[in-house]
Design a protein around this ligand. Structure first.
Ligand SMILES: Cc1cc2nc3c(=O)[nH]c(=O)nc-3n(C[C@H](O)[C@H](O)[C@H](O)COP(=O)(O)OP(=O)(O)OC[C@H]3O[C@@H](n4cnc5c(N)ncnc54)[C@H](O)[C@@H]3O)c2cc1C
Length: 299
């Protein structure tokens, strides 16, 4: 059973005999990651994957996600698993400890992820997208954005997504029609319709941070005119506390064979009732001609 995920002998061979990963501990940055520590990390990851994650894969696929009036509930068994995953600090394994990461070498993090992804990939989409969106904030965000979002994302308290795809903009992401209009206070109002959004809405975390690709009014057509925005599901106030829901409307969930445990959503940063036309966002790039820094990752 255990070896269906990833063979420990193969993992040890690649880490130690092929890559001599413990040599990294000669560098100050990775000093604590000697062979003993690396082996411990891999053993812990394997235990979590085999004992806790693998049994929930089939359960999660059979139960699936449920959509009701804009809210999505995910498989029951994923909740306990997510708590264990957060407690083990597995979301930001290789990231900077200053922001709540574990600071381990990426090679070691990948060995651990091999077990996790093999055990329950639909579950890992929640964690993986949170890690990816957090990393995006760390690399491209302003100091203020990092202060507001990063620790909460790397700890898993808030999750993350990526909103790129639209019905007429898949591989051709430059065709996207989502618009961004600058507000007087420096925020932007985003309006559009996104599809295939993995982990787009769910009941796993109190907030979801959506990196959204949109075109600022007047920006050129094609990829040159695209900018990237951070749109929290619930607005985050300047002191870090949660404000009002931010009108990111989930209009449905979609069928994805084999990953029913992950909520693939259609999402509209808009309010269909027309109660409030303006949505707020924080612009990640200062370049108003558009940022191509964060492109579609699944083509
Ligand atoms: C499991 C899964 C999870 C996803 N999660 C997300 C997510 O979280 N967020 C998000 O924004 N999107 C997500 N997507 C959407 C994904 O980014 C798109 O599916 C992808 O960009 C392709 O777009 P499309 O499906 O519209 O296919 P198309 O762009 O319509 O492509 C269909 C086919 O045509 C081919 N094709 C397209 N253009 C050309 C060309 N010029 N020349 C030759 N061949 C071409 C493609 O290779 C493909 O075989 C997800 C998709 C999947 C499958």
């Amino acid at each position: 059973m255990a070896q269906v995920i990833s063979d420990r002998r193969d993992v040890d061979f690649v880490l130690h005999e092929q890559l001599q990963v413990e040599d990294l501990s000669k560098h100050e940055r990775f000093a604590e990651f000697n062979k003993k520590t690396v082996d411990l990390i891999v053993t812990e990851a394997r235990n979590l994957a085999v004992k806790e994650m693998l049994p929930t894969r089939e359960l999660g696929d059979k139960e699936g996600c449920k959509f009701d009036k804009g809210k999505v509930t995910i498989p029951e068994s994923f909740h306990k698993l997510y708590t264990l995953f957060k407690e083990g600090e597995w979301i930001a394994m290789s990231e900077d400890p200053a922001w709540g990461g574990q600071g381990m070498p990426v090679t070691v993090a990948l060995a651990a992820s091999d077990y996790f992804n093999g055990a329950n990939f639909p579950f890992m989409i929640y964690a993986g997208l949170t890690h990816g969106a957090g990393r995006l904030v760390e690399v491209f965000g302003t100091d203020k954005q990092k202060d507001l979002f990063l620790k909460k994302m790397y700890s898993g308290e808030w999750t993350g997504t990526m909103l790129l795809t639209e019905s007429d903009a898949g591989s051709d992401v430059g065709a996207l029609a989502t618009t961004a209009v600058k507000n007087d206070d420096g925020t932007y109002s985003i309006t559009g319709n996104k599809i295939f959004i993995s982990a787009g809405e769910h009941d796993l975390s109190e907030n979801i941070i959506h990196p959204v690709l949109a075109r600022i009014e007047g920006a050129p057509a094609g990829t040159k005119g695209i900018s990237l925005f951070l749109v929290p599901k619930i607005w985050v106030k300047d002191d870090g506390s949660l404000g009002e829901p931010n009108d990111v409307v989930c209009t449905g969930i979609e069928e994805k064979m084999g990953i029913h445990g992950n909520s693939t959503c259609t999402l509209a940063p808009r309010n269909p009732s027309g109660r409030r036309e303006q949505r707020d966002a924080r612009h990640v790039s200062d370049d108003e001609r558009g940022s191509t820094a964060y492109g579609p990752s699944r083509i």
